[in-house]
Each structure stands twice: as structure tokens, then as C-alpha cells.
Design a protein around this ligand. Structure first.
Ligand code: GDP
Ligand code: IMO
Ligand code: MG
Length: 422
């Protein structure tokens, strides 16, 4: 079974991009199956940092196909800028990059609507990245969206005008006007650029690869707790971020899926609003933020920080069917003499539970912690998992015991080489 899926188990930014880049050489193709420019996947190697938003994270390996699947929402303007940056850095992507004709197009008016919707929410803002994700997926589900394939049709501009008129009418419900005219020249020139790329029915491409025995890595974006169904609704993104999304977002049958890599930080972060039971509002939280450089890759916003949340991880592992865990950013906890892990929640009725309560109850639960000794040493110089400090090994054993899934990778720095395999 040649398709493996890599997903974030928390609220995004777990380090998915880094691990896709590390694992990519053992695959023939890397495929994104959902999300869009709300994602920011960071890869660091040879002294350079690259942040990818819509381009799959296998793009730096010349022998690998990189596929933007049908489940993705694609902003041509952001895409062109990303590809231009790659060109400037000497990356030859043109032959290796394919885009699904069924992926949905993000229009300037979707971005404008995203902002209008957020403003209308008053005090209960989602904290959206404002990249147009929600409005674009709404149009997809409402069956009025424009797909990448539509840009090849002679009436594309007419369809575009129709969509913008609809969006203007939505905006008028909030007594707002859409201001997109100034953005249109750039949008249409980015669409012209998109027409020059390899636009195809990627479900056929992927299934042809499978019939040739090739190996595919499906790259998730966002995280399981941001999933449209199972995340902390409504403070979620608008797509299926869990492993099952790889099937519908790529056109791959479930029977082809083999491994599911679950990516988690050694602690927890969240950017945007919504419940976060183990959040730290004190100097410890600030210490994690500074040590982990926890500022958004897409928006630059400071990320909220807290201790690892095992009820949430158990839930994410269950939903995704995780077969192996990768523990990221262990080095960020180097300076701590003690670390904490939330093993259970105490609910408003006083009950202790290892499960994740409904999103609405998440603000009223109290995390129950276990305190573990820190390793209090520099992990960044270690290059063999056998040499990890004893207290970190104890932390890994503890997590494996609690989560019942082996931890196969421990990441001790942003660089490709700071990756320890167990
Ligand atoms: P993604 O969205 O899941 O791909 O994650 P992001 O790239 O948004 O955020 C992860 C951040 O942590 C990036 O800045 C990475 O360079 C960085 N990073 C990844 N792994 C490690 C690690 O093991 N240690 C440290 N210190 N930073 C890491
Ligand atoms: P990667 O792939 C972290 C969050 C936003 C907001 C909510 C909805 O880099 O892990 P949206 O723009 O999707 O409408 O925002 O989801 N969010 C992310 N947080 N990492 C991401 O992607 C995210 N993509 C969206 O902050 O709370
Ligand atoms: Mg990110």
C-alpha cells in the first residue's frame, strides 16, 4: 500500500513541512490534499529557510513530483509569488509540479469576504488568516465555486464577474461594499501565469503512479484540532484536515493508505481564537514562545503556548489512525528543569476524563497534569537518538505509554539534519 499520510495532531504548525522534506527522498510524489495559503510550512537546510504556503514540501527534491490536489483552495496570486521566490532561489520546479483542475480558486472577493465575515463576528472572531479560505470552501460546498479548470474556458471572465456579483450581494448583507477592482489586474495576470502550468486531472496522475508501484506522501495542512468536523468548532478551518481527507482531497481510495505519520510538538501551540485548555498565560508560556520562536509562518502573529495535551492527542491519534508519532521541537524545552503533561481533564461536574470533551465544554475543563523532570541540557548537538538524555528518554517512554503509538522521530532543531530517527 504505497500512500502514506502525514498530518498535524494539534492546532497546526507542528513542523509538518520539515518532516515532509525529511521523508520526501523515499517517495516518488508529495501531494497536498486540503487547505491553501492559510498554511505556512517551513523547511530549513543548507543555511536557508523556506516557507511554503501552497507548494507541496517535496519541491526541493528534483526527482519528486509535487501535486496540488483537488481538495486544495488555490490563490493564484500567492502561488505565483511563491513560485517566483523558488525560481529566484534556483529551484527548478516547472517539470515536477502538477495542479488539479478540480482545486477551487480563491478570488480577491473571497479574501475580502473573509475579512467582512470576521469583522461581523464581533467578539467571537475565529482568528482566520484572512486568506479567503472559509468563503472559498463555502462556495465549493454551495456548488457555485470556480475551479482551476475553469480558467481554461473561454467564458472564465464572465464566470468570475458572476461570482463577484454574488460576493458583493453577500457583503451588502453586512452593509459593506466589496473593494476588489484594484486587485483584479494582479489576479488576472496571476491567472494567465497559472494557465502556463501543468493543470490536469491529478486523480488520474496519482492513480497511474499507484498502478506503477510508486510511493506517494500525502501532506496535510493545519492540524486535527482545526478539522471542520472534529476540531474546536467553530474555531476551526474549513477543510478535513485529518488523514481521511487525503482520500477525498486527492481521489485516492482508502485501501491504498498505509502509514499515518502524526506530527506533534513536545508542547502545544495555537494561533487564532478558540479554546486551548493547557494554555499558559505566565512566564513559562512566554519562555516557550521565545525559545520556540512561536510566531506564525503565515501571519507573523504570536502563537499561544502551553503544555502538551494528551486527551487531545489521544483523540487526534484515534481520528487519524496514527501509526507512528514524530515529536517536534524537543530542544525548545532544553532549559526547563520540570515539564508538565496534561493527562486528563476535570470537567465542570467534577469528573476526571482521559477523553476530549465537546468544543463548547473545553473552556470549562481543568487540565490535570503530571510533572516530569526536564533534561536540562542542549539537544541541538545530539545526532543519534541513542545519545538523548535519560530524562528525555523517560518523557518519550511516558508519551508512548499514554498514547500507545511509537515515537519514531525526535526533532531537535529546525534544520533538516536535526532529525533523530528511533
Ligand atoms: P508546519 O505548518 O507544521 O509545517 O510548521 P511551521 O513551519 O508553521 O512551524 C514550525 C516551526 O518550527 C518552523 O519555524 C520550523 O522551522 C520550526 N521547527 C521545526 N522543527 C523544529 C525543531 O525540532 N526545533 C526547533 N527549535 N524548531 C523547529
Ligand atoms: P499550517 O499548515 C496554524 C488557524 C487560524 C485560525 C483558524 C481558521 O501552517 O499548520 P483560516 O484562515 O483557515 O480560516 O483560519 O485556523 N489556522 C492555522 N493555524 N497553522 C495553520 O496551517 C493554520 N491554518 C489556519 O489561525 O485560528
Ligand atoms: Mg505552519
Amino acid at each position: 500500500m504505497p500512500v502514506d499520510v502525514l498530518v498535524g495532531l494539534q492546532w497546526g504548525d507542528e513542523g509538518k513541512g520539515k518532516i515532509v522534506d525529511v521523508l520526501a527522498p523515499t517517495y516518488d510524489a508529495v501531494a497536498r490534499f486540503q487547505g491553501g495559503p492559510n498554511a505556512g510550512h517551513t523547511l530549513t537546510f543548507d543555511g536557508l529557510k523556506h516557507v511554503l504556503h501552497q507548494v507541496p514540501s517535496g519541491i526541493f527534491h528534483p526527482h519528486i513530483l509535487n501535486i496540488v490536489g483537488n481538495g486544495v483552495v488555490l490563490d493564484p496570486v500567492v502561488f505565483r509569488a511563491e513560485l517566483q521566490k523558488l525560481t529566484d532561489r534556483g529551484v527548478d520546479w516547472a517539470k515536477n509540479l502538477y495542479i488539479s483542475k478540480k482545486a477551487q480558486l480563491i478570488l480577491p472577493s473571497h479574501r475580502a469576504l473573509d475579512r467582512i465575515n470576521e469583522e461581523a463576528r464581533g467578539g467571537s472572531k475565529i482568528g482566520s488568516t484572512l486568506k479567503g479560505i472559509g468563503p472559498t470552501y463555502s462556495d465549493k460546498i454551495g456548488r457555485v465555486g470556480l475551479r482551476v479548470g475553469h480558467i481554461l474556458l473561454p467564458d472564465f471572465e464572465a464566470r468570475y464577474r458572476e461570482a463577484v456579483a454574488q460576493h458583493a450581494s453577500l457583503a451588502s448583507h453586512y452593509n459593506r461594499e466589496l473593494e476588489v477592482e484594484d486587485l483584479e489586474p494582479d489576479f488576472f495576470s496571476a491567472v494567465d501565469f497559472l494557465r502556463t502550468l501543468q493543470l490536469t486531472n491529478t486523480e488520474y496522475l496519482l492513480n497511474d503512479l499507484l498502478s506503477q508501484g510508486k510511493r506517494i506522501l500525502a501532506e496535510g495542512a493545519q492540524g486535527s484540532l482545526l478539522d471542520i468536523d472534529f476540531g474546536s468548532y467553530p474555531y476551526v478551518t474549513s477543510s478535513s484536515t485529518i488523514a481521511a481527507g487525503a482520500c477525498t482531497g486527492l481521489g485516492i481510495a482508502p485501501r491504498h493508505i498505509d502509514k499515518v505519520y502524526g506530527i506533534t510538538k513536545a508542547y502545544c501551540t495555537r494561533v487564532g481564537s478558540g479554546p486551548f485548555p493547557t494554555e499558559l498565560h505566565d512566564e513559562v508560556g512566554e519562555q516557550i514562545r521565545q525559545a520556540g520562536r512561536e510566531f506564525g509562518s503565515t501571519t507573523g502573529r504570536p502563537r499561544r503556548t502551553g503544555w502538551i495535551d494528551l486527551p487531545a492527542l489521544r483523540y487526534a491519534i484515534m481520528l487519524n489512525g496514527v501509526t507512528e508519532l514524530h515529536l517536534m521541537k524537543a530542544d525548545v524545552l532544553d532549559a526547563f528543569t520540570e515539564i508538565q503533561a496534561c493527562t486528563h481533564y476535570r470537567t465542570a461536574t467534577g469528573e476526571s476524563t482521559p477523553q476530549l470533551p465537546d468544543p463548547g465544554e473545553l473552556t470549562s475543563v481543568t487540565p490535570e497534569y503530571i510533572t516530569l523532570p526536564g533534561w536540562n541540557s542542549d539537544l541541538t548537538t545530539i545526532n543519534d537518538a541513542a545519545d538523548l538524555p535519560i530524562n528525555l528518554k523517560a518523557y518519550l517512554d511516558f508519551l508512548e505509554q499514554e498514547l500507545q503509538v511509537p515515537i519514531r522521530i525526535v526533532s531537535v532543531g529546525p534544520d533538516r539534519v536535526s532529525t533523530l530517527h528511533r
